[in-house]
Design a protein around this ligand. Structure first.
Ligand code: AGP
Length: 613
């Protein structure tokens, strides 16, 4: 999610906007820009990289004015370059826009606009917005009407702020859906706009929060709120007491908890613009996957580290079960030394939130050297793992601040599922009915995850009772085995408790000797094809006095009778169930670490991106 700041008043807008953007630095970004109305012109400065780069540019090429907007970008479409940075200016030079969200239908809008002779200059989806506004302005519409009409064409969730010489005393802000907030700050003879409270908290604590399908027309002395169909709206004024950093986390104590709860939104975003539920098809244009390539792939080697490797383990199952392509997960730090069997019909698919993990990049290089097709699933657009790949899928999850990865684990699970369905379709291994069913199941995911998040109090109760444990065993089978690994890693890395994960079927070959009253067990036992086997495993653990937590499907009384604690999850198609069963495990690890008073967001010895070997 990108950062937005706007100012209109009697002061110089430039420092206010730049300082506001700095307050949003926590969100993570890869480029930034500012636009100010100065002497009847729109002056724009944009720079890739950190905010300090933009500040130096503005220092060398100053801009002054009493009305301005700024933006920090987390790229989803188009590399993080100065050219792709916001604000985006139209061809008349009179309108400039900053945007948060994804224009899901930007390709068709761009084609229509180009057919009308509109010239494009960037790779972004956002650029279509400014050209649409200009189209309506050219029909003598006042600015707010032109904005309102343009917004009606956009699909997806958006936060948009518009500045124009056609209305030099006014900033227009609008919100559609939930692409981050649009906050209006009320000043004395001046007003502010931001995507998040921290950006303007230094100037005012009086805030209005735009709701979806609302627009604000803001001048230094007035604020008019209206619905997108033009009706006046009254918004309640809020007085904010938070300090800036606390404000960035919103109502959450840690970024990790915020990111766990962002998964309904981040999973919606990773689906955005890629699933056509009507014709039951998947679109992954950045993968550059031709039917010819799809037909000749003989093997897919997934490679990654840590949490991303656990996503790759699920990906192996999805690719084999849905697309019937041989797939294997190779831990990147091992793969790079294996002298792997790879040729031009092999795909090496790297998964990486940061896109900068040294072992993963080295594994990709191994694949490249042996002639493999390179793909990557990344969250950081413009990262090395994206740039060196022949094709990529962006997680579109927004910046992940907490070192312990959560939303950047669940998003690739869905991305891998979409990839498997697309490959199966292109290779003709599923029929139309199967394809429609697989695609329509995707629609359930955000809501099913939301149901798990609603059960946080059950997980907190278990965390309270078990926070002093020193060891725990996570057991799973089949597609839940990678989730056992992921749950154990989450607990290890933020609570420093020894958590081991094991294939449940393997317990009888030795590890069951571990189980006694001091060795609690967490068993993943949703109603799937391994359910009965898991139940007998749980019975064996109980027989040895072990304390048992069970992840069970809602209503499963049999599991409940065997468990000391139950983490209920909703009934879910089994190929998508890992996205759901991981949620309580993320919350369990989080609450234990938080209850122990540990540094949840920056655990000892760890870094968010391991860019060294
Ligand atoms: C996950 O909680 C850890 N922080 C770590 O295992 C991480 O997943 C791993 O270092 C890979 O990082 P990447 O996804 O940025 O490549």
């Amino acid at each position: 999610m990108c950062g937005i700041v706007g100012y209109v008043g009697d002061q110089n807008a430039t420092p206010i906007v730049l300082n506001g953007l700095r307050r949003l630095e926590y969100r993570g970004y890869d480029s930034a820009g500012i636009a100010v109305l100065s002497n009847g012109n729109v002056e724009v400065r944009r720079e890739a990289g950190k905010l300090s780069k933009l500040e130096s540019l503005v220092q060398n090429q100053p801009i002054q004015g009493t009305i301005g907007i700024g933006h920090t970008r987390w790229a989803t479409h188009g590399e993080p370059t100065a050219r792709n940075a916001h604000p985006h200016i139209g061809n008349t030079g009179k309108v400039v826009v900053v945007h948060n969200g994804i224009v899901e239908n930007y390709l068709e809008l761009k084609a229509d606009l180009e057919a009308e002779g509109v010239e494009f200059h960037t790779e972004t989806d956002t650029e279509v917005i400014v050209h649409l506004i200009e189209q309506f302005l050219s029909q003598e519409e006042p600015l707010e009407e032109a904005v309102r009409k343009a917004l009606k064409y956009l699909k997806g969730a958006h936060g948009i702020v518009v500045l124009s010489t056609m209305a030099p005393d006014t900033i227009i802000a609008a919100r559609i859906g939930n692409a981050g907030g649009v906050v209006i700050g009320l000043g004395d003879g001046e007003n502010f706009i931001a995507s998040d409270i921290p950006a303007i908290l230094d100037h005012t604590r009086r805030m209005l929060f735009l709701e979806s399908h609302q627009m604000a027309v803001v001048s230094k002395s007035s604020i008019q709120i209206q619905s997108l169909d033009g009706k006046k709206v009254h918004l309640e004024e809020h007085n904010i007491g938070w300090d800036p950093i606390a404000a960035e986390k919103g109502e959450y104590r840690h970024f990790m908890q915020k990111e766990i709860h962002e998964q309904v939104r981040s999973l919606t975003d990773t689906l955005a613009g890629r699933v056509d539920f009507d014709d039951g098809r998947i679109h992954l244009p950045q993968l550059n996957l031709s039917p010819e390539l799809a037909g000749r792939i003989k093997k897919i080697i997934l490679t990654a580290c840590g949490t991303a490797a656990h996503a790759g383990m699920v990906g192996k199952i999805l690719l084999e079960r849905i697309a019937r392509i041989p797939a294997q997960l190779e831990i990147a730090s091992e793969f790079r030394y294996e002298d792997p069997i790879v040729d031009s019909d092999t795909v090496v698919l790297a998964i990486s939130q940061s896109g900068e993990t040294a072992d993963t990049l080295a594994a990709m290089e191994e694949g490249r050297k042996r002639g493999a097709v390179l793909w990557s699933i990344v969250n950081a657009i413009g990262s090395q793992a994206m740039r060196v790949a022949d094709g990529y899928i962006s997680m579109q999850s927004g910046p992940e601040i907490g070192v312990a990865s959560t939303k950047a684990f669940s998003a690739p699970l869905v991305d891998l599922y979409m990839l498997a369905v697309l490959l199966a379709d292109l290779r003709g291994v599923i029929n139309e009915r199967q394809r429609h069913q697989l695609v329509s199941d995707l629609r359930l995911v955000p809501d099913l995850v939301g149901k798990c998040l609603d059960r946080e109090k059950d997980v907190l109760q278990a965390a309270r009772e078990m926070r002093y444990i020193r060891n725990i065993l996570y057991l799973g089978r089949g597609i839940q085995m990678p989730i056992a690994h992921e749950g154990a890693l989450k607990l290890k890395e933020i609570s420093y408790i020894h958590a081991e994960s094991y294939p449940a079927g393997e317990m009888k070959h030795g590890p069951i000797a571990l189980i006694d009253r001091d060795m609690p067990v967490l068993a993943l036992a949703p109603r799937d094809q391994w359910y009965e086997k898991m139940i007998s495993q749980i019975e064996q653990a109980r027989a040895r006095g072990g304390n048992v937590i069970v992840v069970a499907t809602e209503g499963d009384q049999r599991a409940a009778e065997l468990a000391d604690h139950v983490f209920w999850v909703p009934e879910t198609p089994w190929l998508l169930s890992p996205v759901v069963t991981v949620i309580p495990l993320q919350m369990f690890a989080y609450h234990i670490a938080a209850l122990k008073g540990l540094d949840v967001d920056q655990p000892r010895n760890l870094a968010k991106s391991v860019t060294v070997e």
